[in-house]
Design a protein around this ligand. Structure first.
Ligand code: PEP
Ligand code: MG
Length: 572
């Protein structure tokens, strides 16, 4: 059995046979025709456009009732097809340079697609895929080939492709597609968006998938943890069949909790927040009370240059708009460690996770830090934004960061630029040294959020990226819960807001223990909302407090997990 890794962009599990899908690949060469045939070749192009329009119209008609959203993609394709600049460009190449229609179409569409791709707005850049899609349609028609798509599959399959174009995903026979695996594509690509909306498990970025797998291969795709298992043994198949049944059952149950008010069985309320790393609108915003973590790295990492104040301001404003009046916790740049910026030279360090990372980096690159703070403060005039610093280790760190905020505020005041004068400023607690003096930190900040991902790494001295020591990385250890209990107690005592935005908040077992330890604010990825709301609703406050007390006296993480799991199962 071989295991391939990928990025799970649409959750789920699928077992089945591989169907390698290769979309039409245009083989276009630079070529010209002799003088006098201009009208003939222009007509050929116009006929191809007409046929393309007919094909698109019939796709739109077949989709309008069932999924108007998808139909819109093809309405946009018709607009591209009819676009005057495109039309003029092709016509000019045919009449003025006697270019063969296929070469002219390829040149003009590719030119515009490349331009779009350079757009700073990722949504506009993603439209380049639509242009290429329309280009391929016209080129295929010019070559006299029939439409080959995923709309008439004969059996249930897991599609494996280099990439899928919008027309592939939108026309595919989704009753037969059990999963999608592609070699390229990110979480905001068309494929990812459509897969999620159809609830088809999808793993993107699986390197060399089409070369390694063949038609008819048996595979298991685990789009919960990001794995493809090739040619699995009988035992593994059985194990995954059980996992699948469990997953379906759980999804059904937990999705009913999405829009419920988060309450435990004895009636106490808790808050659920969303962790966000882009500006896309998402229905999950409806199910939460706040954005507990806006990872601003996406603005920096998705750009070819250091993002300007205006670019950042616009991105943050968009997230505020998505949050519909709920508070948004903007975390300042957390670069270093495993994250680098391609346009910035970052000296190599022996221990980057213990190095010049996050706030430390920002305090050295003060202009960059100020630019981000200006953008954040300006955005705070448009909605409830709060600022949070990552990788805080000492009181000096807090004071230094706050001093920069004060300077930037003063600059804005002098320039007459609006911002929220009462903006809350807080810290992430992810280094044990600040956790140990949480009482002092609580006096110095408006709020804190615990980053359990890093707290586990630093408390247990385990590199979170190193798979060889993954067993040592224990977020549910008794020591973690003792540390967390201490932090929650100090912040609660000081009357300052405390939340958790690390993965442990989205783990229903971890969330239950933390509720018992006094936590009331849990910020997580969208996929975990229903499950956390459901599990906590099964326990009274007293029961959760008891569980939290007990886990701190167990002697290993394995014991903690087994114990809490058993408590949940008793009530499920
Ligand atoms: C964390 O460390 O728990 C956290 C939320 O931050 P990140 O995962 O981005 O380091
Ligand atoms: Mg962190």
């Amino acid at each position: 059995m071989r295991i391939l890794k990928g990025n799970p962009v649409s959750r789920g599990i699928a077992l089945g046979k591989v169907y390698i899908y290769k979309a039409f690949k245009a083989d276009v060469h630079e070529s010209y025709f002799e003088a006098g045939k201009e009208d003939e070749f222009y007509k050929k192009y116009q006929d191809a456009v007409k046929t393309a329009e007919k094909e698109l119209d019939s796709i739109i008609t077949s989709m309008t009732g069932e999924s108007p959203e998808k139909a819109k993609i093809f309405t946009a394709h018709v607009e591209i097809l009819m676009d005057e600049e495109v039309e003029e460009g092709v016509k000019e190449m045919i009449y003025e340079s006697r270019t063969m229609p296929d070469y002219a179409v390829d040149e003009i569409y590719t030119h515009f697609a490349n331009l779009l791709e350079k757009a700073k707005d990722p949504l506009i850049a993603a439209r380049a895929a639509d242009l290429r899609d329309v280009r391929n349609r016209v080129l295929r028609i010019l070559k006299g080939e029939k439409e080959s798509n995923l709309s008439s599959l004969r059996e249930n399959v897991i599609i494996v492709a280099h990439d899928l174009l919008p027309s592939d995903t939108a026309t595919m026979d989704r009753n037969r597609v059990m999963g999608i695996i592609t070699e390229v594509g990110g979480a905001t690509s068309h494929t990812a968006i459509i897969a999620r909306s159809y609830k088809i498990p999808a793993l993107l970025g699986v390197a060399d998938a089409t070369a390694i797998m063949s038609n008819g291969d048996n595979v298991i795709m685990d789009a919960l943890t990001g794995k493809v298992l090739l040619d699995p043994e009988r035992e593994t198949i059985k194990e995954y069949q059980e996992k699948l049944v469990e997953y379906i059952k759980e999804e059904r149950e937990t999705s009913q909790y999405l829009d419920k008010i988060p309450l435990v069985a004895s009636g106490e309320r808790f808050s659920v927040g969303l962790n966000v790393g882009n500006t896309d609108p998402d229905e999950s915003y409806k199910y939460v009370d706040f954005v507990g973590l806006l990872r601003t790295e996406f603005v920096y990492m998705g750009s070819e240059h250091l993002p300007t104040e205006q670019e950042q301001f616009e991105a943050y404003r968009r997230v505020l708009a998505n949050a519909m009046g709920n508070p948004v916790t903007l975390r300042t740049l957390d670069i270093g460690g495993d994250k680098t910026l391609r346009y910035m030279v970052m000296p190599k360090e022996d221990n980057p996770f213990l190095g010049n990372r996050a706030l430390r980096f920002c305090l050295v690159h003060i202009d960059m830090f100020k630019t981000q703070l200006r953008a954040a403060l300006r955005a705070s005039a448009f909605g409830p934004l709060q600022i949070m610093f990552p990788m805080v280790g000492t009181m000096d760190d807090i004071r230094a960061a706050k001093a920069v905020v004060e300077q930037v505020k003063q600059d804005l005041r002098t320039e007459g630029i609006a911002f929220d004068e009462k903006i809350h400023v807080g810290i992430m607690i992810e280094i044990p040294s600040i956790g140990m003096i949480a009482d002092m930190a609580a006096k110095e900040v408006d709020f804190a959020s615990v980053g359990t991902n890093d707290l586990t790494q630093y408390l247990h001295a385990v590199d979170r990226m190193n798979p060889a020591i993954a067993d040592y990385y224990q977020s549910m250890s008794p020591s973690m819960f003792r540390m967390l209990g201490r932090i929650f107690a100090e912040f609660n005592k000081a009357g300052k807001s405390i939340s958790v935005c690390g993965e442990l908040a989205g783990d229903h077992l971890g969330a239950l223990v933390m509720f018992g330890l006094g936590l009331r604010k849990f910020s997580m990825n969208a996929a975990n909302i229903g499950r956390v709301k459901r599990t906590l609703s099964l326990f009274t406050l007293e029961e959760a407090v008891n569980i939290a007390k007990n886990v701190q006296n167990l002697s290993s993480e394995a014991e903690v997990i087994a114990y809490v799991k058993a408590e949940v199962e008793k009530r499920s």
